[in-house]
Write a protein that binds this ligand. Structure first.
Ligand code: ATP
Ligand code: MG
Length: 456
């Protein structure tokens, strides 16, 4: 079947040309693409630049022995199927080879039928594992971490930071522009911490008069100040054993910053109008979109509090710096809006997505969510969201033309592939993972093709 794509690519390593010829002839005839090299070092170099599904190697190939080669090959492709061949039967070596993940160990002269059977079986398993990886990747893509959607490198870093700091009890500072997901991240830290079954309590420090913020945080006894008719339990007490999330911490007045610092250091405070000291066990997470460093210079933010909070900080990147998350988020919000509003919307067209991917999103994910919801509400039922559903101001603030790839006639399929890969790399800001995802190919395949076409 010379015109079909190969069943699998095989790298054969053996010093003996006669044996190699036999194996190559046998496997090629059965649809495998076989590459032969006569020593381990050449094999090593070949593995570096090529996708290899099956490695058949003589244990005693020169310079790099078969066992070493197997380790290197597994490093490049953990699913690779390795068959070791040897001159003499050697039970001990065979056991060791199988332990290290070889699928078979055969002694010369080879039984070619058996060799093929072993390979075929291993490839079946390999395919299953790869499908599971793909499935898992798709699931991860949907869920990200907790309710966070996004697979960009920047968001992966955020998830990693969340996982790292969640188990500790130290306070954390989340920074990022409005609408980037700071609330969701704070919640994710709590949900992944040992405190998950205790309360997650939130207070927004903005838009509240100072006295009210203070009583909200620490509580008051009745008659503590004018209007304090009933006693009030503060958020610090409510959040005992759990997490307190202080949003917009940059808005906190200087005296309250001092009080907050004390709670952080001693886990102690007094209710307003009461001098009994209360001890709590609260983990603090703070968020802000204000430049705390500048506020420190002008004396609006205490530097001791800043340094205390900054120990663990998470920077959430604006959406325009992780555009490859836009299609995932858009589809996520589309599904949400579809359910909320009971509208049958099929999806989003490529052209509409292109516009969304080019817009700068000053309101970040929140703005995207609102736009998609609006588009769903206004859309005609039963069709997909298209270019004309995208609000006009988005279309006008972006490059008017939707990105297109121009392919001259008279070129080969290989040229077409090269052009498509090159342009998609540009569109995704040279992010290989995003590029592979957009093209619907595996990352390894992309690497191979980039090398093949000499594209960085
Ligand atoms: N990565 C994400 N995945 C899914 N939804 C997200 C993501 N990031 C943000 N959102 C959604 O976008 C909206 C804004 O997020 P959030 O309130 O967490 O932002 P914020 O950074 O706290 O904004 P602000 O600074 O204005 O308080 C919410 O509806 C949230 O659910
Ligand atoms: Mg917020």
């Amino acid at each position: 079947m010379p015109n079909e794509s190969p069943r699998a690519t095989v790298l054969l390593v053996d010093r003996d040309p006669a044996i190699a010829r036999d194996i190559m002839a046998y496997l090629s005839e059965r649809g495998y693409e076989v590459e032969w090299v006569d020593d381990g070092e050449k094999a090593y170099n070949h593995l570096d630049g090529h996708q290899v599904d099956v490695l058949i190697t003589d244990l005693n190939s020169q310079r790099i022995d078969g066992m070493r080669l197997m380790a290197v090959a597994k490093d490049r492709n953990p699913e690779i199927c390795v068959v070791l061949i040897t001159e003499e039967p050697d039970v001990e070596l065979a056991t060791e080879a199988m332990r290290q993940g070889a699928v078979d160990f055969q002694t010369k002269p080879l039984n070619l039928g058996k060799l093929e059977a072993v390979i075929e079986q291993a490839l079946g398993r390999q395919k299953l594992v790869l499908e599971q990886h793909e499935l898992k990747r798709r699931l991860d893509e949907r869920y990200g971490l907790d309710n966070l959607v996004g697979q960009s490198r920047q968001m992966m870093k955020v998830y990693e930071a969340v996982r790292q700091i969640a188990p500790t009890r130290g306070s954390a500072l989340i920074r990022g522009e409005t609408g980037t997901g700071k609330d969701l991240i704070a919640q994710a830290i709590h949900n992944n911490s040992p405190r998950r079954d205790a309360p997650f309590v939130k207070l927004n420090c903005a838009n509240l008069p100072e006295a009210l913020v203070e009583s909200e945080l620490f509580g008051h006894v009745s008659g503590a100040f004018t209007g304090a008719v009933q006693k009030r339990t503060g958020r610090f007490e409510v959040a005992d054993k759990g997490t307190l999330f202080l949003d917009e911490i940059g808005e906190l007045s200087l005296p309250l910053q001092a009080k907050l610092l004390r709670v952080l250091e001693q886990q102690q405070f007094e209710r307003l109008g009461d001098n009994r000291t209360i001890t709590v066990d609260v983990r603090l997470i703070a968020a802000t979109n204000r430049p705390l460093e500048k506020m420190m210079e002008t004396g609006q933010f205490r530097d001791d509090l800043y340094y205390r909070l900054r120990v663990v900080s998470i920077e959430v990147p604006p959406l325009r710096d992780r555009r490859e998350d836009i299609p995932l988020l858009a589809n996520h919000f589309l599904k949400e809006a579809r359910e909320t509003h009971g509208k049958a919307v099929e999806g989003i067209s490529r052209k509409a997505l292109d516009v969304l991917m080019r817009y700068d999103w000053p309101g970040n994910v929140r703005e995207l969510k609102n736009i998609i919801e609006g588009m769903v509400i206004m859309s005609r039922a039963g069709s997909a969201l298209d270019l004309h559903d995208v609000p006009a101001y988005l279309r006008h603030t972006t490059t008017p033309e939707v990105s297109e790839i121009r392919i001259p006639t008279g070129v080969t399929m290989k040229d077409v592939e090269r052009i498509v890969i090159e342009e998609t790399m540009k569109l995704t800001g040279h992010n290989k993972e995003a590029c592979a995802r957009t093209l619907g190919i595996g990352l390894r395949t992309l690497y191979r093709k980039l090398k093949e076409y000499d594209l960085r």
